[in-house]
Design a protein around this ligand. Structure first.
Ligand SMILES: CC(C)(COP(=O)(O)OP(=O)(O)OC[C@H]1O[C@@H](n2cnc3c(N)ncnc32)[C@H](O)[C@@H]1OP(=O)(O)O)[C@@H](O)C(=O)NCCC(=O)NCCS
Length: 213
């Protein structure tokens, strides 16, 4: 499915944003340009709740036609919500800032967040439920697996292949043509020069395994 850009706000359009902690405000700051009303669903949190999780999933049929965003930074909790929505046959919406560049032949899956100033290159693939935060660059032919998080200012050299549930700290980078295994964490500022196995935390320049997870 090709990526799409959010249009200018249309009056009275509404959407649902599931929130857990602060990341929902990042999402809201982007989607507010389109939706006049954002209804927040608090996932397992009750203070200041507009709609709580239990109520929302009990009445899910009435929300099925709304655009639903997952405003959650934690990979594991975001995955849990994605899977739950999927079990109700609901596909979360993509949240894509207007000033991103997305190549015409890139593929953006579902429930994806792409924050301002990011670049998605030719034939890159962004997996389901993955976040590409502010000013990050995903170069040509990269594949980012599902439920991963790329924080601000991350640079992927071309044809970097990233597994599922990975985390890239601020300003980390990879050289082209390497792969990163599932569940691995790349610490802030790391430069990754060679393949990374699954389930490790890696940091430094050149990045080395700091611990097994
Ligand atoms: C990956 C991360 C979460 C690890 O945190 P942690 O599990 O608490 O790890 P610690 O701080 O205990 O550090 C473990 C070791 O790695 C070292 N280390 C920590 N951060 C490092 C980094 N970015 N690069 C290299 N080494 C690092 C520590 O000095 C420590 O070494 P020591 O055991 O010799 O003292 C954290 O280092 C990080 O990079 N966070 C990124 C946060 C970020 O980008 N957030 C974006 C939000 S939008």
């Amino acid at each position: 499915m090709p990526g799409y850009l959010l249009l200018k706000r249309k009056s009275n359009e509404k959407c649902i944003c599931i929130r857990y902690r602060g990341h929902s405000r990042v999402i809201a700051s982007i989607i507010k340009r389109k939706y006049a009303n954002i209804y927040f669903v608090d996932f397992k949190q009750t203070s200041g709740t507009i709609i709580n999780e239990e109520y929302f999933f009990n009445k899910i049929d009435q929300y099925k036609n709304e655009d639903i965003f997952i405003g959650v930074g934690s990979n594991s909790i975001r995955k849990k919500i994605f899977d739950k929505l999927f079990s109700y046959d609901i596909t979360p919406a993509n949240c894509i800032a207007e000033n991103t560049f997305i190549a015409y032949d890139a593929v953006i899956a579902n429930g994806v967040v792409i924050c301002p100033g990011s670049v998605i290159g030719s034939k890159a693939i962004i997996g389901n439920n993955t976040i590409v935060n502010t000013l990050s660059s995903v170069d040509h032919d990269c594949i980012l697996g599902d439920h991963s998080q790329v924080t601000a200012g991350v640079i992927f050299g071309g044809t970097t292949i990233v597994g599922e549930n990975c985390f890239f700290g601020i300003k980390s980078a990879t050289i082209p043509n390497i792969s990163i295994g599932n569940n691995s964490i790349i610490m802030a500022g790391s430069i990754v020069y060679k393949d990374v196995p699954a389930d490790v935390m890696i940091g430094g320049n050149p990045a080395r395994i700091v611990k097994n997870l």
